[in-house]
Write a protein that binds this ligand. Structure first.
Ligand SMILES: *Cc1c(COP(=O)(O)O)cnc(C)c1O
Length: 395
C-alpha cells in the first residue's frame, strides 16, 4: 500500500490546477506588462485570477498581491506592519510561541532592529487565549500576528475574536493562514483580518506561488525592488501559469470543502481512536478545534525519526515535527510550546491526511504504527528504563 499522509508539508497538484497551468503556458505567452495584444491578454488573465482569489476570501482585487508563497507573504506582511508602526513610534509586536519559522525568524530579525516581541503561550491544547492577548496589548503595539491553524498539530485559533479585539484597539492583525486557506472557511471582512498569507501548494496548487491579502489603506513595504508589477509592491515578471493553477486549485478546494471535511473528520477521529489504544501515547493539541486532516501523536520511549523510516518502508509517508526542521535533531518548538518535554516531543508522529484517504488505509496506518512502535520499544533503552521503573512514565 502507498499512502501519502504528509499534506501539511505539501499536497499533490490537482488535475484542474495542472490543466490551468498548461493552458496558460500554451495560450497566454505574453508578458502582462507588454502593451501589445498578447501582453494584454496575459494581463487580463492575471487580473481575472486576482478577482477570483479575492472573491473567494471576501476581499477586493486590489487587496491581493501575488507572491512566491507562504514564507514570502509572511515576511512582507510583518515587515510592512513594522514599518507602519515605526513611523508612529510603535515598536511592540505580539505573536504566539508556535508560529511557523517564516514568522518566528522574521520576528527575530525585527527584534535585532529595535522591535520588542511578546510571544503568547498556546497552552496544552495548542490554542491562544484571547484574554491573554488582551492583557498583552499595549499603547505601542503595532501588530498582532497569530496563525489561523497550526501546521504541526492542526489546532485552529479564535481568529474572529482576535481580529475584532485588534480592530477595536486600532492594532493591525495579520494571520498566517497557509494551513487554513482552502481547508476551512475564510472571510477576511467577517473575521476582521487586516493581512493574510496563503500558499498554493498547501491546497493542491503548484509550489512557489501564493498571495498576500492586505486591507485597503495598508501601505506595503517591498521585499523585492524592481519593476512596477503588483502595483509596485512586488517586482518581477508574474508567474502567470502558477497563478492560474493556484486559482483553479483554490476554486476546487473551496467547492469540495464541506464534503472533504466531513470525510476527513470521520477518518481523523478513527485514527485518533486507534492510535490512542497504543499504551503510553497521547494526542497533541485540542481534539475539537482542529483541522480535519491533522493527527499528531507522541509515543513514549521511541524516536520519531526511526518511526518515520520504518513507516516509509511500509509505504506510509508521514512526518515528525515540521519538514523545515526535520533533519535537525532539535525537538519541534510546537510540541515544546504545548508542554511536551524533549524526550516525548522526539517520539512524535504527524499524519496529515488528504481527501482521498479510505477507511481501509486508515486501518492499515493504525496497524503499521502499532507494530512499528512495539518493535522500536523492544530494543529502546529509554523504554527499558520506563518498564523497570528507573524512569517515570509521563504519558
Ligand atoms: C508551509 C507553510 C508556510 C510556508 O509556505 P511556503 O509556500 O512553503 O513558503 C508558512 N506557514 C505555514 C503555517 C505553513 O504551513
Amino acid at each position: 500500500m502507498n499512502i501519502y499522509a504528509d499534506n501539511a508539508a505539501t499536497t499533490v497538484i490537482c488535475q484542474a490546477a495542472a490543466d490551468a497551468m498548461l493552458d496558460t503556458m500554451k495560450n497566454y505567452p505574453g508578458n502582462p506588462s507588454s502593451l501589445y495584444i498578447l501582453g494584454q491578454r496575459a494581463k487580463e488573465k492575471l487580473e481575472d485570477s486576482r478577482a477570483q482569489i479575492a472573491a473567494m476570501i471576501n476581499a477586493e482585487p486590489r487587496e491581493i498581491i501575488f507572491t512566491s508563497g507562504g514564507s514570502e507573504s509572511d515576511n512582507q506582511a510583518l515587515l510592512s506592519a513594522a514599518m507602519i508602526g515605526k513611523r508612529k513610534g510603535k515598536t511592540h509586536i505580539i505573536s504566539s510561541a508556535f508560529e511557523h519559522h517564516a514568522i518566528l525568524h522574521t520576528l527575530k530579525k525585527l527584534e535585532k532592529n529595535g522591535f520588542e516581541v511578546t510571544l503568547l503561550p498556546v497552552h496544552e491544547n495548542g490554542i491562544v487565549r484571547v484574554s491573554e492577548l488582551e492583557n498583552a496589548l499595549r499603547d505601542d503595539t503595532c501588530l498582532v500576528t497569530i496563525m489561523t491553524a497550526n501546521n504541526e498539530i492542526g489546532t485552529i485559533q479564535p481568529i474572529k475574536e482576535i481580529g475584532e479585539l485588534c480592530r477595536s484597539r486600532g492594532v493591525l492583525f495579520h494571520t498566517d493562514a497557509v494551513q487554513a486557506v482552502g481547508h476551512i472557511p475564510i472571510d477576511v471582512k467577517e473575521q476582521s483580518i487586516d493581512m493574510l498569507s496563503a500558499s498554493a501548494h498547501k491546497f493542491h496548487g503548484p509550489r512557489g506561488t501564493g498571495f498576500l491579502y492586505f486591507r485597503k489603506g495598508i501601505v506595503l513595504s517591498n521585499l523585492i525592488e524592481g519593476g512596477a508589477q503588483e502595483r509596485g509592491k512586488r517586482a518581477g515578471t508574474e508567474n502567470l501559469p502558477a497563478i492560474a493553477g493556484m486559482t483553479a486549485a483554490l476554486r476546487e478546494s473551496i467547492d469540495g470543502m464541506e464534503k472533504h471535511n466531513a470525510h476527513k473528520t470521520v477518518i481523523r477521529d478513527h485514527l485518533i481512536e486507534g492510535l490512542s489504544r497504543i499504551p503510553h501515547s497521547a494526542l497533541n493539541g485540542d481534539a475539537e478545534s482542529r483541522l480535519s486532516g491533522n493527527v499528531n501523536f507522541s509515543f513514549e520511549g521511541i524516536e520519531g525519526e526511526s518511526l518515520l523510516i520504518l513507516l516509509d518502508k511500509k509505504g506510509i509517508s508521514a512526518s515528525s515535527g515540521s519538514a523545515c526542521t526535520s533533519g535537525a535533531l532539535d525537538p519541534s518548538h510546537v510540541l515544546l510550546s504545548i508542554g511536551r518535554i524533549h524526550d516525548v516531543a522526539h517520539g512524535s508522529l504527524r499524519l496529515s491526511i488528504g481527501e482521498d484517504i479510505t477507511m481501509e488505509e486508515a486501518d492499515y496506518i493504525i496497524g503499521s504504527v502499532k507494530e512499528v512502535v512495539e518493535y522500536l520499544r523492544s530494543f529502546s533503552p529509554v523504554w527499558r528504563d520506563l518498564m523497570t521503573g528507573k524512569r517515570e512514565f509521563i504519558l
